[in-house]
Design a protein around this ligand. Structure first.
Ligand code: G3P
Ligand code: CA
Length: 266
């Protein structure tokens, strides 16, 4: 392991400690905080009645006992669903406890982070923001404003960052909240990306691990262009090793405890 950089890598729990607990639930985020994660990743979507909830898929079918699109359901409909039992409940009775496995609002997650007793950062991903013509970003900034998180003194001071595959979503955020850091997520390497520049409004680069594996020199290119690099979703020890060797700033993982252990932090 590359000793010089390993302590500076931030370990971000992807959807919470989502290998051990049902993703995007209070159970998964509590576990991630207990495990020592530096930050928590979550995806946010708008419900039919305008609440931001932490759900990855467009529909609730995979991760709950309900059916339908989040955007067509109201918060009360989602609150009646069980987001824990799809994960093997034999491993933990907590996943049957509705107080830990009902739908998680972003507001509740912000409260959890505020009460963590130590600094825990949040990496919030806007999902399908184009569908809502700016409403996701507007609601997100309103909510962050209520928690005093929408206008950090500088991007490097911020405990929250906004991530998206949509450059448009990030440009809306950076126009309305210029000091809030933004992460441009990339799934594939495209010719436009090769010079290491990001779309306007994006400060941090968020390449998928496959990009990093196939184009390791891209990390240095991004660094030369002035962009910190946050890589997702890094679960395998050899990928953690690669990211550490390349000097990335953050590793987003379903296995925060395992990565912290590998980095010599536990
Ligand atoms: O952290 C970025 C990563 O979460 C993007 O992919 O599909 O897991 O939201 P996805
Ligand atoms: Ca995500």
């Amino acid at each position: 392991m590359t000793q010089a950089r390993q302590h500076s890598i931030q370990v971000v729990a992807h959807r919470g400690a989502s290998e051990d607990a049902p993703e995007h639930t209070l159970a998964a985020y509590r576990k991630a905080i207990e495990d020592g994660a530096d930050a928590l990743e979550c995806d946010v979507r708008l419900t039919a009645d305008g609440h931001l909830v932490c759900v990855h898929d467009r529909r609730v079918n995979r991760t709950s006992n309900g059916r339908g699109a989040v955007s067509a359901l109201e918060l009360a409909d989602l609150a009646a669903l069980d987001f824990g039992s799809w994960k093997d409940a034999a491993e933990s009775p907590d996943w049957k406890d509705p107080s830990l496995t009902s739908v998680l609002t972003l507001e509740r997650l912000l409260e959890l982070v505020a009460d963590a007793g130590r600094r825990v950062e949040l990496a919030i991903e806007t999902k399908h923001p184009t569908r809502w013509a700016g409403q996701v970003e507007e609601r997100l900034l309103q909510l962050l404003g209520r928690f005093g998180l929408s206008a950090p003194a500088s991007p490097t001071d911020s405990a929250v960052r906004v991530m998206s595959f949509s450059a448009r979503s990030l440009s809306r955020i950076s126009a309305a909240a210029p000091t809030l850091p933004t992460v441009y997520l990339m799934q594939f390497m495209t010719p436009r990306m090769r010079d290491g520049r990001l779309p306007a409004g994006a400060r941090i680069a968020g390449p998928g691990i496959r990009i990093v594996r196939n184009h390791p020199s891209y990390v240095a290119k991004l660094h030369r262009a002035g962009h910190p690099v946050h890589v997702w979703t890094v679960n395998e020890p050899e990928d953690v090793e690669l990211c550490a060797r390349l000097g990335v700033e953050a590793i987003i993982t379903n296995r925060p405890k395992q990565v912290l252990t590998q980095l010599g932090r536990l």
